[in-house]
Write a protein that binds this ligand. Structure first.
Ligand code: GUN
Length: 286
């Protein structure tokens, strides 16, 4: 069994972006990410801080808009309109979840698809469905990079995704399909889950339940990617995979923390860089 080191893979990708950013800066363009956070959710605060730190590392500007929990939908949409129109802003990210009185879909719809570095806008979701990855879905694209880092090909492999969320399960299935895997998506209503999982050469766990995937669900030698981030009562992070049990059976496995988490942010940097590059191309071509 080999552990896939998400920290190392993400660092390699961020270093590549850092190098390219230094070159892009010579033409006067510094990629700029606007980060919106609403309210005081402690987990969101940690994620946003990590995203800002990554921006600093690769040489981007980041501008934070911290809004009060009580902000109205119209105020938030007004801010997004201004950021959409601001030619100095390449990417806009609104950290989820939002307070209950704000419709997240309306907010995702409002962010211009060209600046939608989370790829949550329906235009980008539709593009992903048709195999256009101009904006990468961050966590799924990170998963693909982790699989690629093993050197094993995805083509023709049997991949099973457990979880059908819009952010992870569904777009991950699309990326695996695009890479010529045979893909099955499982969820809470799936019958014979264990039997299906045991057929997987590549098993993606995106369930949201600590230790859900046990050794008896895993084929010998499978690549197991754990997307879960579950905080236990002891305050420790645990993945969706019973790491101790599964590690003895898997060919490759990602740890939690240090697996998928850092990759999501690396892919966010990639999207922001690419958005800035498109700005440069527009500026030079008139
Ligand atoms: N909340 C949890 N994950 C994410 C993410 O990838 N992007 C945003 N914007 N919010 C999140």
């Amino acid at each position: 069994m080999k552990i896939i080191d998400g920290k190392a893979v993400s660092l390699r990708i961020k270093d590549e972006i850092k190098e390219k950013t230094a070159k892009l800066s010579e033409s006067g363009i510094i990629p700029t990410l606007a980060v919106i956070i609403v309210g005081n959710d402690p987990a969101s605060r940690v994620y946003v801080n990590n995203k800002k730190k990554a921006c600093e590392y690769v040489g981007f500007n980041s501008v934070e808009y911290a809004l009060d929990e009580s902000v109205s939908r119209n105020e938030l949409l007004g801010l997004i309109d201004r950021l959409n129109a601001d030619s100095g802003v390449d990417g806009i990210l609104c950290q989820l979840p939002l307070p209950k009185h704000i419709d997240e879909n309306a907010v995702m719809n409002a962010i211009s698809y060209e600046k939608d570095v989370d790829a949550f806008n329906p235009i980008n979701v539709g593009r992903i469905m048709s195999g256009d990855f101009g904006m990468l879905p961050c966590t799924p694209a990170g998963i693909m990079e982790l699989i690629a880092s093993t050197g094993e090909s995805v083509c023709g492999k049997r991949a099973v995704v457990i979880g059908r969320s819009n952010i992870v399960g569904k777009p991950t299935a699309m990326l695996l399909l695009n890479a010529d895997a045979t893909v099955t998506v499982c969820h809470s209503k799936t019958k014979n889950l264990k039997d299906i999982c045991r057929q997987a050469d590549i098993l993606i766990a995106a369930v949201g339940k600590a230790g859900f995937v046990t050794a008896d669900m895993v084929k010998e030698g499978a690549t197991v990617i754990d997307v879960g981030i579950n905080r236990g009562k002891d305050g420790k992070l645990r993945g969706d995979v019973d790491f101790e049990g599964v590690a003895g059976k898997a060919g490759y496995i990602t740890p939690v923390p240090g697996g998928c988490g850092p990759m999501t942010i690396a892919m966010l940097m990639k999207n922001t860089y690419n958005a800035a590059l498109r700005r440069q191309n527009t500026e030079t071509c008139g």
